[in-house]
Structure formats: C-alpha cells, structure tokens
Design a binder for this molecule. Sequence first.
Ligand code: PEP
Ligand code: MG
Length: 927
Amino acid sequence: MKTETNNKKTSKKDVKLPKKLVYFFGGGKAEGNESMKNLLGGKGANLAEMAGHPDLRLPVPPGFTIITDVCTYYWANNRKYPPQLKEEVEKNLRRVEQLTGKKFGDPKNPLLVSVRSGARKSMPGMMETILNVGLTTKTIPGLIELTKNPRFVWDAYRRLIMMYADVVMEKAEGIEPEDDMGIRKQLDRMLEEKKKEKGVENDTDLTAEDLQELSEKFKEKIKQVLGKEFPDDHNKQLWGAIGAVFASWNGKRAVAYRRIEGIPDDWGTAVNVQTMVFGNMGNDSATGVAFTRNPATGENKFYGEFLLNAQGEDVVAGIRTPNPINDESKNEHSKNLPTLKELMPDVYKQLEDIRRRLEKHYRDMLDIEFTIEKGKLYMLQCRVGKRNGFAAVRMALDMLKEKLITKEEAVMRVSPAQLDELLHPILDPKDEATKKPIAKGLPAGPGGAVGRIVLTANDAVEWTKRGEKVILVREETNPEDIEGMRASEGILTARGGMTSHAALVARGWGKCCIVGASAVLIDLKNKKIKIGEKEFKEGDWITLNGAKGNVYEGQVKMLSAGENQMLKDFLKLCNDIRKLGVRTNADTPEDSAKAREFGAEGIGLFRIEHMFYGKNSEEPLFKLRKMIVSKTKEERVKALNELFPYMKNDIKETLKVMKGLPVTIRLIDPPLHEFVPHSEDKLKALAKDLGISFEELNERAKSLMESNPMMGHRGVRLGITYPEITEMQVRAIFEASAELIKEGIKVYPEIMIPVVSHEKEVEFVLPIIKRVYDEVIKKTGVKKIDYKVGTMIEIPRACLIAGKLAQTMDFFSFGTNDLTQMGFGYSRDDAGVFLKEYIEKKILPADPFQTIDQEGIGEFIKITVERGRAVRKDLKIGICGEQGGDPASVEFCHNAGLNYVSCSPFRVPIAILAAAQAQVKEKSKKK
Ligand code: PEP
Ligand code: MG
C-alpha cells in the first residue's frame, strides 16, 4: 500500500537560506508584514500585518511563521530541516509562552498550537492544517482543571487525533489507502457509530465520557491500521505537524493544483504555528468566515457565516448549517437561524469595526476567518477575497466612489476574464460543479449554452422557428451553415482550431462555441452522435461551457448577463485612461451597432466577402458565384455589374451605422473556390443562368480548386489578375460614401488591401483606386471623400519591406491570423490537431492563434512598426487578427506603439479594459 511519495527535489545548491528562518507575530508587534508574501506565504504575511501594523493591531493569537525557503530546503535535502531551525522555533515558542502565560507541554497550564500551511498564492484546501497540537495524556488533566470543561478538552483531543493520523501519519508518509479506507474515513465512521449508539444527531451532543472513550478507541485503531502509536509527546506532535505541512506541498492535490494555476514547484509553503483559540468552548464560543463585502453581488454589505461551539474545520466540512452573521447574510437554509448580531451584539460590533479598519487599510474586499472564545474575538486570517465578475466591477466602482481607491486602481481590480462574465449568460458555477464533462474541446466562443442537439444548419433554423433551443453539432462549419449557427444557442464542432470558421463567426457574435471536440463522433445519416461509449440522439439536451471548452450531458442551470449600467460606468473609467484605440471587426450593421454601443471607435476590419454569408445573402451570393465561374472578362464584368448594387448597399448600411467613425473595408480576400456551391441544385441553377451546361460549369469549378488555397489565388492577387474585381469594390465604397455625404452623414472609409507581400502589388492597385475615385467624384458631384488606403501586414515578407510599403500606404493593419500562419508555417485550419499537444507538452506556452507569440511574431510586428514609421512618422498602425481581443496581445500592441486594436464586437469591452490596464502598468513602471 505504501507508494513512492512525490520526492520532487530541487538540487541542494539551489537553496540559499537567509539567516532568519522564523518570524514572530503577536502582542501588537510583528517581525514581518504584508509585503513579505514570498517569504512568509500569504497567510503568514497577513497575520503579521494584522497583528503588527500600527493601524490595525488586531486581536491575533500570537505565533510565528517558518519561511517558505525552509520548505524548498526540506525537499532538496531528503526531507531534513536546516540545522538552525530547531533553535529558532524553540526561541519563538518561548516568546509565545511569555505573551500567553502558558507553556507548551506544561501539565498545569498547557499552550496548544495550530500548525497551518500558507503559500505565496492561496491554494485553497490543497494543503494541510493540524489543530490542538500539544494535547497529550500529560496536558489533558491540566487543561480540564483550567477550563473546567472536560467535554471541550476531550473534543479537542479527538479532533487532534483525527487530523494528525490523517495528515501526519498517513498522507505525509505517502500512504495511499483504497477508497474509503483512509484513516480519517475509518475514524469518521467510528464517530458516526458512536452517535448512533448514543441516539444523538450532532457531534456536540456527545458527552465528555463519550469523547474520551472514542479517543482511546481511535488510538487503538491507528495502531492497528498504521502500525504506529499516536505520539503522546508535545514536541513530537509539533515537529510531526510541521513536517506534514511541508510534505503536503508535494501532495497529489497540491501538485495538480499548481499545474493548473501555473504556480512554480520551487515556491514552497510557509508554516504558521499559532496559539490555539477555541471556538468550541461552549455556546459563548464560535468560529466563522466572512467577507467584508458580498463576494457574489459586490454589494457593500458585510457577509459571513459562523458556527457556535465549533472549530474551523466544522465550517469547511459542512456538517452543520452555519448561522448568518447578520440579516444580509441569510440564505434559504439559514434564514430562520439566529444571527451573530443577535446572539453576541458586542462581538458583532467589534467585528464590524475590524471589517471597516481592514478595508481602509488594505483598500480592498477581504476574506476573514475569526474565532470567538468565551465571548472574546480573535482574528485568524485575512486575505484579499475572491469574487466573481459582477462583484469585481461593482466593488471597483463603489470603492472609487467611496474614495477608497484611485481610478487606476479601480481599472486594475477587474480582470478581463471577469469583465467577460458580464457580457454573456454563463453556467451556474454551483450546478456545473456537480457535473462531469462528457467531452472537451477548445473554448472558442464565450459564455454557456443549453440546447437540444441538431446536426444540420437547416434543422437548427427549423427547430428554432418551432421555439426550440438548439445546439448545432457539426464536424466543422462552413459559410453555408451561417443561418443555422445564428439560430443556435451554441455551436459544437468535432474539428477545427481557434481560427476555424465556426470559432471566428461565433466569437464575432459573442455566441457560445466549442471547436475541435474530437471525442464527438457524428453520424449524420442516423441523426445521432457518439461520445465515448454513449450515444445521443437528435433532440437530446446538452450544455456547453464555451469559456472552458466543456460539454455536459443534459441541462446545466444558467445565470443571465449583468446590469448594463455598471458595465457602461466601468468602461467609461477605462476609456478615460487608455491611450490605445479600440475598433471592431464587424461585417453587418447589427454587429457594428453592437460594437459601437460597447465603445468601439471605428471598424478595423470589414470583410467584404462576409456579405455573401447569412441573412439576405442568397441573391448577392448567386451573382458572386456567377462572377467567380466566369471565363471571360466580358462574362465577369457582366456579373460584377449585377453584383454592384448589392455591394454598394451593404457597405452603405455599415458606413451609416458607423457615421463619424473610420471604417476599414478590406477588399475581397478568400480563395474563390470557397464560394462555389456544393449542392447539385445550386450548381444547376447557376449553369442555367450563365447559359452553359452543367458539365461545363463543373469543369470551371474544378479548375478553381487549389491544393494549397491559403497560399493560393487570394487577396491582392485576385485584384491583380482581375483588376475589374478591385474596380467594382472600390466603386461601391466610393459611391456609397458619396451618397451618404450627400445625406449629410460623415463617413471615413479606409480601403485595405489584403495578403500583400510586395510593394509592386499595392502600386498596381493604387492607380485603380485613384481613377475610380476621380470618376465617382465627377459622377456624384461631391467635393471630396475623406478616404485612406492601407495594406494588411500578414505575410512575413511584408514586415521586412514595411519601409517600402509605407511610401504609398496611409495605414498598416496586422492580420495576425495569417501572419501567425505564415510565420510559424502552421495551417490555420488544421493546427488545432497538434497545437493542443504542443501546449500540453509545453513546446509552446499558448496557442499563437489566440495570443500573439511575442518572441517571434511579435518581433515581426516590432520590425514593421520601426521600418514603417521611419519612412512615415504618422503611419497609422493597427491589428485586426483574432488576437486583437486578447488581453496579453492588447498589452503587447500598446507597448509596441500601435494606434489601435480591432476585435469582435463582444471583445471590445475586454480590449478597452486591457488597453487601460496596459496604460496603468506603463505609468507605474515609469514611476
Ligand atoms: C488575418 O489574417 O489576421 C486577418 C484578419 O484576415 P483573415 O482572418 O480574414 O485572413
Ligand atoms: Mg488574413
């Protein structure tokens, strides 16, 4: 049964110990403070702050902290302590004894201590705690005499035995018992049996005799199961407990948690040894946890729970329903229980006062732990409290109003992920925690979605018309699925990466989407899917968590998106601070309006070809197809002329919504074969309209196929081989603009040329633009259209010749989807397959299609900015690849000197926040 402990070692020479290994706190003083988290761990640093800072000097039971480096040393030295540690611990114990007037191991007036872990970053529940250390057969009688409370003493003793056996004698020894056979479980069962035998329900109903008898039986059981005696010596207990806390740093749970949270293994945990105070000394004693503000709603209301006559572990274990500390903390379960305010009004008042002082001092919401021993309040922990997105935004705004924090601090208080929570409905985290995912994929679109499985876009539309909520499950999506995607609550694909069609479209709409869930096998013919061994039929309910990439069976509860006013107020704050512009990637008037509402300052990418997808696209798509399969210039020009009014109208609608703001319209980009229809019906209709045979059309379509279309006949190349295509688009842009100008609407079109790699390409296109401009001015009679011409920078070669491109271009926009594709040589559509593994195996730190690879692709960006601006100082530079909405990439763009980022409408608030945070960080670095 005994297995290898996780003896992950750091080499001996790596651990340089400072001189001082132990820091004391208590009696209104402390050797450490809050800023020393790396050394003392979060808990130790905050205990020191609460105990010793002149503004606080809170009632903290005295104790000391063994620094984190000792943990690192311990693991690097075959689980041995540095030689000087013993003496330092003893010296500090003496100081505690002096302050408390009690002595460790003393039979008459014994000091008991708690031994707790505390890493730099909180790792909730991942490491160990042992309470009541120092209770032995020698000290028990003295404590009974002193407290006149034998029940309390025996209760404390049985708790010590349970915790110690579990943590020190089993876990720290690396023993991994079978399920349900852990020593703690076995002892718990004995406790339950005892209660049954006595016919009582609660632990608190057991008498002193019951508990004494149980303690003896516990010790026998431990000997029998673990083959060792429970130590009856206070020093042995103390050092056993200290060692067990260090050991718990490399316990399975802690290691797994560190992997997820990215906490380095060599940080180590500190150990806090602190005088015990007892919440289990009767009904004038209690233990509790509280938040200085409500962590779920953010309201400025003290919120907490406590248990009478209990020790901390009871609150965590959830054995009894805790009482609310005040009326504001009542919930469904506790609404009829008396509050602390009612039961102990004086203590409550003190606690409220501490709440106020702590918030003022830390200037943040805190999570605190307290114990009341015979009517006296003690503080056992405080730390900045975790909160959800809604609460984070509300607290930031409230604290600013209360003048507790500055504007800059308020902006830094909300993480981009937290802000995202306000933008979409999400799964109820409580309900989600009770479910196990049936499949996992890439988290491509935000929020959560619950719906019934449909397998085709048509079904998605039909079912939605009937009032059903659906999830569209596809191998991968293509432009023909758009209507169905729009209609669905969420989208799940078995293939594809973060820049696959489904991911791009879903993110643009802020729709929940998971891509590349390779465990999903789709059987279109029989209208079912298989995940692992399980089959799901069309119509079965599933739930998606688009933020995590998790798929669940059935319906998980949802929480709706937050109050809008709060979001607006918060974004205003960010807007006041940021320097980097934020635009949106939008192709429809609706998306543009949404983005504008969120604060977008223009469109950074309007992909012309998107007008051929989705609502009302049938007719223009048909004309486009005609143009694509045209053989002669004549045929093509005819088709283009038919297409022209649609395009002009489409551009006009969006320019109108964005009046007064710049709109970057990109000339048609994707490989043409993408638009050739697949269905026979459509092909036949097209052949008929063109007056050619079905076979002839098939031939033409085939000739458009390319073996590597991403590097094929796309972007500016189309505009060079078929200048008439460029001409028609440019004319549509200028005529739409001229018409709006005549209506008194201000428009700022920016024409963008895609997939450029050579200055001659833009030099070829520019005269066409100029000529068409002159023609439109002449035809419409408007005086001037304020327009710009720029290029996308999405091919590495373009970066290197940025100086040449800057000679003719007004602006650059980084297409980092393609720049990443071509810089890495990873296909955008296929990289999902290996990128997952690349990240798991730490070849790459993150998916470069989601967050800019700063070292490589970022270098291309920097070179481009430098070379471009050397030629043209006022060159406007932005980014419109998907990474433009990623907070780390936004910060990079800010630092690289870009003028703006452009992202999907639902990412606009995130980019606004990230831009403001980048500015705050830059300013604080300069200070
Ligand atoms: C890009 O390549 O980053 C870009 C925005 O263009 P697209 O995704 O349309 O290729
Ligand atoms: Mg591109």
